[in-house]
Design a protein around this ligand. Structure first.
Ligand SMILES: Nc1ncnc2c1ncn2[C@@H]1O[C@H](COP(=O)(O)OP(=O)(O)OP(=O)(O)O)[C@@H](O)[C@H]1O
Length: 640
C-alpha cells in the first residue's frame, strides 16, 4: 500500500468514526422512547451517553498507529493472510466490518509482542508517523524476513524502530500522553496481566510505571467492562499536581469513568486543620496503631448487668444474665466488623425472645420481631454491652489518653508523642479514623486499584487501601530508591503484606524512557549509595545534556539557566527549595518534594546539597533532554 492508499484508508476510517458518533448520539436522543420501562430506559440512556462521550473524546489526531499483516503459514492461525489496523478504539464500517481494532483486543497483543525471533505469524508490522492528524509516513518491519525496511538509522541502542525512538526522544510539553503506539513487550506483559492478579512494578525513574498503570486500567476496563463498571477502578496518586499531570491519559484512551484521587481525598471525611510533630506522625503511621485502635474500639464492649426483660401487654419475656453473656461471647467469636457484630447481637437477642414467645403459643411475625429489636430494654442492653460508636470519637478519645489501649504496644514516649491537647485533625488522624471505620464496617471496595508511588505509603495508609480491595486486585507501582517519607518501604514484600496482597508478583522495569544517558549515569552513581536493593536503569534514550555550574549568586545563576533553557522547545522545571519568582509560559517552579512522578524537558536543579539523598535522586531523574545543576555549596560526593 502506498502512502496515497494509506491516506484513503484513513479518510474512510474517519468517515466511519463520524458515522458511529452520529449513530450513538441518535441513540441517546431516542433511547428513552424505545426502552420498555423506566429503569431499562435510564440504564440504556446512561450507557449510550457514556458511549457517545467516549467516542467524542476521540482525539482529532491519529486514528491508528500500526498495522499487522499476517502471513499464511500455520503460525498465523485464524488470522492467515489478514491485515489489521491497530488504534485507540474499534472503528467499524457500515457493514460492521472492523476498520480499526482497539489496541486492547487480543489480536493487538501481537503488535506489541511479535519480534523477528518470534514473529507470531506476522509477516509485516507497520508503524505510522503522524504530524497532528496528518499521516506523514510509515515504517515496515519485515518480521518474516527478520529485517526493518525503509528506516533511517535509529537513535537508540535498544530500539529497532525509528518511529518508536522518535516518540521516546520527543521534547516534552504539557501533561503526560498515552504510550499505546509504543508499549514495549515487558510493559505489555504487565498491562495485560489478568484482572484477578495483583502485580507490583518496581521501576527505576522513567521506566514507565505510571504509563503502565494507566494503560492497565484502560485494558482491564476493556476486558472486564461489566464487572469493573459495577465495582469501579481507582487510581491513587501522590498529590493533586501529579493527578493533573496524568489526567489526560485515560480520557485519550477512551476511558472517562475512572476515579483518580490522592489517598487523602479518598479518606477525607473532615477537613485537616492540624499538623503532627515528626514523632507523632511516625507513631500514628506505624502498623502497631492497628492493634491499638482495635483495642480502643473493643474496650467499649461491656458485661450484662442483669437479665433482660421485655414486657408487652400482659406478656413478659426474659433472658437471664448468663444467657446474655453467652450470646455476647458467641457473636464475639464470629469476628465480624464491630457494627455488624452489634446488629448480629440484636438479632440473636430477639431470636431468643421469639423462641420464648413461640414456646408459649404465640406466633410472632416480622412486625413483632422488628418491634422487639427496637424496644427500650433491648436498646439499653446493646448500648451497655456493645454500644454504637463513631470512628472519630474512638480516635479522639484515644488521643486524649492513649494509655489504656496502647500500654504494652507503644512505649510511654510513643504514647506521649501522640497525645493531642487540641481537637484538631491532622492528615495522619484521618488515616486512624479510617482504620476504625474499617473495624466497624466494610468500606466501599473497588474491583481494581492502581497505586502509584506506593513506596511512600505508610503501613496504616496501605491498610486503608487493603480494606478497599479485599474483593479486588491491585497494581502497585513504585521505586524503593525513591522513597522519601519517613515510613517509606524498604521491602516490597512487607509493603505488599500491608496492602493485603503478600503474594503479588513483583516485576522490575529497567529500561529508562525518560532520563538521557548522561544524566542517568549520574543518577545511577547516586543510586549505588542509597542502600536499596533495586536494579539500576539502562537508558533507552540518547545522551542528552548535563551542565553543572557553580555560582555565588544562586538566584542570578538560576535565572540565567532558565533564560538559556527558554531558547529550546519543551517544558522547563526549576526544582528548588528556595522561593524563586519567575513567570514564563513554559516554566514551572517547584519544591523537590512535589517533583515526584513529574517530568520536564529541561530541568534546572538548584543547590543539590540541600536535599537528602533520595530526594536528590528523584530530582535528578525528572529531565527528559537537559539537566542544569546550579550550586553554591559543594556538590554531594556521590554526584561530585
Ligand atoms: N513504551 C514507551 N514508549 C514511549 N514512551 C514511554 C514508554 N514508556 C514510558 N514512556 C515515557 O517515559 C516517561 C516516563 O514514564 P513514567 O512517568 O510512566 O515513568 P515512571 O516509571 O512512573 O517514572 P517515575 O519513577 O519518575 O515516577 C513518560 O514520558 C512516558 O510517556
Amino acid at each position: 500500500m502506498t502512502l496515497e492508499e494509506e491516506r484513503a484508508h484513513l479518510a474512510a476510517s474517519r468517515a466511519a468514526l463520524a458515522r458511529m458518533l452520529d449513530l450513538a448520539r441518535h441513540r441517546v436522543a431516542t433511547g428513552e422512547q424505545v426502552a420498555g420501562d423506566r429503569y431499562t430506559a435510564e440504564m440504556l440512556g446512561r450507557m449510550l451517553k457514556s458511549y457517545a462521550k467516549e467516542l467524542a473524546e476521540e482525539p482529532d489526531g491519529p486514528l491508528y498507529f500500526g498495522r499487522l499483516r499476517f502471513g499464511t503459514g500455520p503460525a498465523a492461525g485464524d488470522h492467515s493472510g489478514q491485515c489489521y489496523y491497530i488504534g485507540r478504539r474499534h472503528i467499524t464500517d457500515e457493514a460492521g466490518e472492523p476498520m480499526v481494532i482497539d489496541w486492547r483486543a487480543p489480536v493487538s497483543r501481537t503488535f506489541y509482542r511479535a519480534s523477528a525471533r518470534d514473529p507470531m505469524g506476522v509477516a509485516v508490522r507497520r508503524r505510522y508517523g503522524w504530524q497532528g492528524g496528518t499521516l506523514t509516513g510509515f515504517e515496515d518491519e519485515d518480521l518474516g524476513a527478520g529485517q526493518l525496511v525503509a528506516s533511517r538509522p535509529v537513535a537508540s541502542r535498544l530500539l529497532a524502530s525509528r518511529l518508536v525512538a522518535e516518540e521516546i526522544e520527543r521534547p516534552r510539553v504539557g501533561p503526560m500522553r498515552d504510550i499505546v503506539a509504543t508499549i514495549q513487550p515487558d510493559q505489555d506483559d504487565l498491562v495485560r496481566a489478568d484482572l484477578d492478579e495483583s502485580v507490583c512494578v518496581q521501576g527505576a525513574p522513567g521506566t514507565g510505571k505510571t504509563a503502565v498503570g494507566l494503560h492497565r486500567a484502560a485494558y482491564l476496563l476493556y476486558s472486564h467492562r461489566r464487572r469493573l463498571k459495577r465495582d469501579g477502578v481507582l487510581v491513587i496518586g501522590p498529590n493533586p499536581a501529579f493527578l493533573r499531570y496524568i489526567s489526560a491519559v485515560l480520557p485519550a484512551l477512551g476511558e472517562v469513568d475512572i476515579a483518580q484521587r490522592t489517598l487523602d481525598q479518598v479518606l477525607a471525611r473532615r477537613r485537616v486543620t492540624g499538623t503532627d510533630s515528626d514523632a507523632a506522625a511516625a507513631v500514628k503511621h506505624d502498623a502497631r496503631m492497628a492493634s491499638v485502635l482495635s483495642r480502643a474500639l473493643y474496650a467499649r464492649l461491656g458485661e450484662p448487668s442483669g437479665p433482660l426483660t421485655v414486657a408487652e401487654n400482659s406478656a413478659r419475656w426474659r433472658i437471664p444474665e448468663a444467657a446474655l453473656g453467652r450470646l455476647i461471647g458467641q457473636v464475639w467469636q464470629e469476628s465480624l466488623p464491630y457494627g455488624i457484630g452489634r446488629e448480629r447481637l440484636r438479632s440473636r437477642v430477639v431470636g431468643l425472645l421469639q423462641r420464648q414467645a413461640e414456646a408459649r403459643g404465640y406466633a410472632p411475625g416480622a412486625a413483632w420481631i422488628q418491634r422487639m429489636g427496637r424496644s427500650r430494654p433491648v436498646r439499653d442492653f446493646l448500648d451497655q454491652v456493645w454500644p454504637a460508636v463513631r470512628p472519630a470519637d474512638v480516635v479522639a478519645e484515644l488521643l486524649r489518653d492513649p494509655s489504656a489501649a496502647a500500654d504494652g504496644i507503644l512505649t510511654p514516649a510513643e504514647q506521649e508523642a501522640i497525645v493531642r491537647r487540641r481537637a484538631r485533625w491532622s492528615a495522619a488522624d484521618l488515616v486512624l479514623v479510617d482504620e476504625v471505620a474499617g473495624l466497624i464496617d466494610h468500606p466501599e471496595s473497588y474491583g481494581h486499584i492502581i497505586v502509584d508511588e506506593a513506596q511512600d505509603l505508610s503501613p496504616m495508609e496501605c491498610r486503608a487501601l487493603a480494606r478497599r480491595s479485599v474483593h479486588g486486585s491491585l497494581t502497585v507501582l513504585g521505586d524503593l530508591a525513591q522513597g522519601t517519607t519517613p515510613w517509606a518501604a524498604t521491602s516490597w514484600y512487607e509493603q505488599l503484606t500491608h496492602l493485603g496482597k503478600p503474594k503479588a508478583r513483583v516485576v522490575a522495569l529497567t529500561a529508562g524512557f525518560r532520563v538521557p544517558a548522561a544524566v542517568l549515569a549520574l543518577a545511577n552513581r547516586l543510586l549505588a549509595t542509597l542502600d536499596v536493593d533495586v536494579p539500576p536503569t539502562r537508558a533507552v534514550r540518547g545522551e542528552g545534556s548535563l551542565h553543572v555550574r557553580r555560582a555565588d549568586d544562586l538566584a542570578a545563576a538560576t535565572a540565567e539557566a532558565v533564560r538559556e533553557a527558554l531558547g529550546h522547545e519543551g517544558s522547563i522545571g526549576v526544582i528548588t527549595r528556595e522561593p524563586f519568582a519567575l513567570t514564563a509560559d513554559r516554566v514551572t517552579v517547584l519544591h523537590p518534594a512535589m517533583a515526584k512522578g513529574l517530568e520536564f524537558d529541561h530541568v534546572v536543579l538548584v543547590e543539590p546539597a540541600d536535599l537528602p539523598p533520595r530526594l536528590l535522586y528523584v530530582a535528578l531523574t525528572r529531565a527528559v533532554s537537559r539537566l542544569d545543576i546550579v550550586h553554591h555549596r559543594p556538590l554531594p560526593p556521590a554526584i561530585a
